[in-house]
Design a protein around this ligand. Structure first.
Ligand SMILES: Nc1nc2c(ncn2[C@@H]2O[C@H](COP(=O)(O)OP(=O)(O)OP(=O)(O)O)[C@@H](O)[C@H]2O)c(=O)[nH]1
Ligand SMILES: [Mg+2]
Length: 233
């Protein structure tokens, strides 16, 4: 029996979600850049994970790629301090890139550093040519904060021109059903009808839907992952 990533056992191996998860499982470290000017251009679509410090960005990337330690996740806020890129696709055939960005808003960071980082983020989101989509992660117990709003404002013109946006309400395992529904409605209002989903790394909630969306964003608007061809009769 070949080793299969854990999520394959929960999904039919030929379903579009399973194909998308298999694709995400190919993720490997590409490069790290302490500042924007060190970020190499990539000739493939890029999806950025942004959000407040401690929102669960790195954990989300690890969950989607079914790799325990691809992105650094930590109880200490501010763990991710550089832009880390991960390549997707078969070895030598990279077809997309995931970007794990440092979180913003961590209280203990000096104000000057916070402002500097906000500018870096804004620059990245406005100028990064390969950027195809943004996944904004938000801890629903805190809701979308002022910094999240600023960031949504920054990318609005690009979203109007086709940049994809998904807001993931993370750590959904900490909410009961009523709280989850309330958090969803509030976030949908705040993002003006944008796509919002509940996500839990712990309960693997929202994992398949998110995997499929990322696949679709990077492989063509309404595409479905290619299913294995039927065996010849
Ligand atoms: N209960 C629960 N905890 C989670 C979940 N996702 C992340 N966490 C926890 O939240 C904390 C922060 O997670 P990270 O993934 O490091 O968050 P981050 O957004 O990458 O943080 P920075 O890199 O500091 O910006 C860790 O202690 C995780 O274990 C989840 O779905 N459920
Ligand atoms: Mg992180």
């Amino acid at each position: 029996m070949p080793h299969l990533p854990p999520l394959f056992s929960m999904t039919s191996p030929s379903s579009p979600a399973a194909v998308a998860l298999g694709w995400l499982h190919t993720a490997r470290f590409l490069t790290t850049a302490p500042r924007l000017e060190f970020l190499p251009p990539v000739g493939v679509p890029e999806v950025a994970f942004v959000g407040r410090s401690n929102a669960g960005k790195s954990t989300c990337i690890n969950t989607l790629t079914q790799q325990k330690r691809l992105a650094f996740a930590s109880k200490t806020p501010g763990r991710t301090q550089a832009i880390n890129l991960f390549a997707l696709g078969k070895q030598g055939e990279t077809d997309a890139v995931l970007a794990d960005l440092p979180g913003y808003g961590y209280a203990a960071v000096p104000k000057a550093d916070k402002i500097r980082w906000q500018q870096v983020m804004a620059n990245y989101l406005v100028t990064r040519e390969s950027l195809r989509g943004v996944v904004m992660l938000c801890d629903p117990r805190h809701g979308l904060t002022e910094l999240d709003d600023i960031l949504l404002e920054v990318i609005r013109p690009r979203v109007e021109q086709g940049l994809k946006l998904l807001v993931l309400l993370t750590k959904a395992d900490k909410l009961n059903r009523a709280e989850a529904n309330k958090a969803l409605s509030i976030a949908r209002l705040q993002t003006a009808g944008g796509e919002v989903k509940l996500f839990s790394a712990l309960k693997r909630q929202g994992v398949e839907e998110t995997a499929l969306l990322l696949w679709q964003w990077t492989h063509g608007a309404d595409d479905h992952p290619a299913l294995p061809a039927d065996p010849a009769p």
